[in-house]
Design a protein around this ligand. Structure first.
Ligand SMILES: CC(C)(COP(=O)(O)OP(=O)(O)OC[C@H]1O[C@@H](n2cnc3c(N)ncnc32)[C@H](O)[C@@H]1OP(=O)(O)O)[C@@H](O)C(=O)NCCC(=O)NCCS
Length: 164
């Protein structure tokens, strides 16, 4: 298994990873242009895990500036490993790769949210060094923008929280 952050050169692989693992059969795959545009942003991070050259997992994260100009933050938005490849270390390897990017960028903190019922995600985050921060009873609100503009530009899951 290999795992690396993709740049624009990896747009084809990125599209395969997002299409096969995230979107699967329900929905249209992103265009190569939109994938390239995403990968060209220095603050957008897409890590892909492959086995024999085929994508088996991906992780998405965003580097963010702080208003006080001090060290940056990283929103770890989403991670998924194809079902047949779980519990073989791909999730851990992708988080290691994200942590390396954060270290290189001088990031102060990376954070990720998940549903209390998502035991696999919580176990993965704990086992890769994350500490639980949310206080008990904390609620996460999301603003669903679907329907406020052309659906096709938002995408099926575009405004939902990454980790549910
Ligand atoms: C969460 C997820 C990404 C884990 O990926 P993975 O490749 O299976 O994880 P790893 O094999 O790297 O596991 C690393 C460690 O995490 C923990 N872990 C992972 N999956 C677990 C599970 N189902 N139950 C308990 N612990 C688990 C274990 O400590 C594991 O180490 P071990 O196998 O040596 O015991 C995967 O289950 C997945 O894609 N789930 C669906 C999408 C999702 O819920 N994403 C998170 C929210 S966005």
């Amino acid at each position: 298994m290999e795992c690396r952050r993709l740049t624009e050169d990896g747009a084809m692989l990125a599209r395969e990873a997002i299409g096969r693992i995230k979107i699967r059969k329900n929905g249209s795959w992103p265009s190569l242009e939109s994938i390239r545009a995403f990968l060209s942003e220095a603050d957008s991070i897409l890590v892909v895990a492959t086995e024999d050259g085929e994508p088996i997992g991906f992780a998405l994260a965003y580097l963010l500036d702080r208003v006080d100009g001090n060290r940056r933050m990283c929103l770890f938005y989403e991670i998924e490993v194809a079902e047949a490849h779980r519990r073989r270390g791909a999730g851990r390897a992708m988080i290691d790769a994200l942590q390396s990017v954060c270290a290189a960028e001088g990031v102060a903190k990376m954070w990720v949210q998940t549903a209390p019922s998502n035991q696999a995600a919580a176990a993965l985050y704990r086992s890769t060094g994350a500490r639980e921060a949310g206080s008990e009873g904390e609620i996460v609100f999301t603003y669903p923008f679907e329907g406020r503009r052309d659906e096709s530009t938002i995408g099926e899951a575009g405004c939902r929280l990454g980790c549910e």
